[in-house]
Design a binder for this molecule. Sequence first.
Ligand code: SER
Length: 582
Amino acid sequence: MKAIEIRNKYLNFFKNHGHVIIPSAPVIPENDPSVLFTTAGMQPLVPYLLGEKHPEGTRLTDYQKCVRTKDIDEVGDNRHLTYFEMLGNWSLGDYFKEESINMSFEFLTKELGIPAEKLSVTCFAGDEDCPKDQVSAEAWKKAGIAKDHIYYYGKEDNWWIAGEEGPCGPDTEMFYDTGKPACGPNCQPSCDCGKYVEIWNNVFMEYFKDKNGYTKLKQKNVDTGLGLERMAMLLQGKETPFDTELFAPVMKKLEEIQQVDYIESRRIVAEHLRSSMMIISDGGRPSNLDRGYVLRRLIRRMIRHMNKLQINLEELSILIDINVDNLKEMYPDLEKNKETIKSVILEEKDKFVKTLNNGEREFQKEMNKLTGTKMIPGKILFRLYDTYGFPPEVTKELAKENGYEVNLEEFEELFKKHQEKSRAGSEQKFKGGLAEQTQETISYHTATHLLNAALKQIIGKDAHQRGSNITADRMRFDFNCDHKLTDEEKKQVEDLVNKWIQEGLPVTKQEMKKEEAIKSGAECMFIEKYPDIVTVYSIGNVSKELCGGPHVNNTKELGRFKIKKEESSSSGVRRIKAVLIK
Ligand code: SER
């Protein structure tokens, strides 16, 4: 079964069980400054898991585009991916364990046709924070899982939380038995010999964790996640995701054009190419900071491995074409954004080729100087990085090829020191969700606050911000609203913002306790996401918002505000695109 069929079956199955299909959020989170990329389907839904009402109701399902880069160096083996798709279904205070388990069992056995004997499941063993999950185990037994296919594990295996704090709970995980021989008498799902492969995780989110410990959430939620690439691989009886139709065309092309044969390098090129394309398609651009740096690393590592395969880098353009053709049915945006994707990747390639030549020469010089040690010190890694733009991962790979090791820890320390210097600026930027901190983006940022305030006066006080995205050329702003704005409303909003701009209102900044800020009527999107002491920006007395900044000093600096487009973003959410004309 092809990946797209699995996806469609999944969404339809849950739709038939009363779920509303919601669109995938972008891989670059719009409203969440706490993470670089969307790493799980639940991430865009956090406010709703915490109790806010979702406009589509209490049963949701989607496919979510995800990027996880923690294991980037592992890509090239037979299973790690930086980009993957997660299928998910959610109960926001609706059904709980038994119904969730019944639906999972039915989907796996009836829709995907997996025999129940090939499934094993794991449940939470219980500890001082939360009792043993016998309810789930019973539900599995009733559904049709044999008793000796049910395992109990502790928090390390059967508890799910994104990061250190947030909504969380015990989970039950489903494993597929590949039929490979057991690695020993103790072989079981928790072991990573490859016999058992985890396919789905249902989290029963009824707790919230913060630094003081666990408390109960207002509602009992279910959050599930099923990795699409992995499921496709298993159902197709393939050994790796690279053998499925998702990667096959690019892998085949790489085999044709390579001069030397390295399977790991082919996988790295295919994986990083798809991942970079998805990130760029959702607005990511290479840079030396945060998510831009992750993208840069992906592209540069891909190019290094194209070099290793001795593939002419001019072939990149064809590889992109092949991927767009192959994936456009699943991700129509790839086709829409194809030219941008190409120009971003090719430009980054050109930059890196220069870097590589200079850096490799410098690397050789440094190698020749090293005597009596096979360990390259951190300060050399840092110099190659800082002066020649040579990513430490690349130095590490080069070093390995030459029989050397690198002192990454020392590099990290130097890198941290370097980062601390530029931290103030960078953190501010990150909090504000801005891609680049230029005069233009800062102006747009202030304009979003004015627009937010104007919408509340013209459309109604419930027109809350749902997201925003800023580039140097325009702003995009999503807000709650149950109707298409009339021309009259758009004009009123525009006029009000321009009036405030002309009035030359001062923009002021104040630090205060979070509760005080909220009491004083300051706007904010996700209160839970802010630290105890927050920054509040006020514009005259027309706007007050929790925000990391930065902003212009006076609204006079903004120019003329013009709405270019007003459209639906999702159900109950409208999107305005606007520009500032200076
Ligand atoms: N949030 C859980 C996970 O990522 C289930 O979706 O595994």
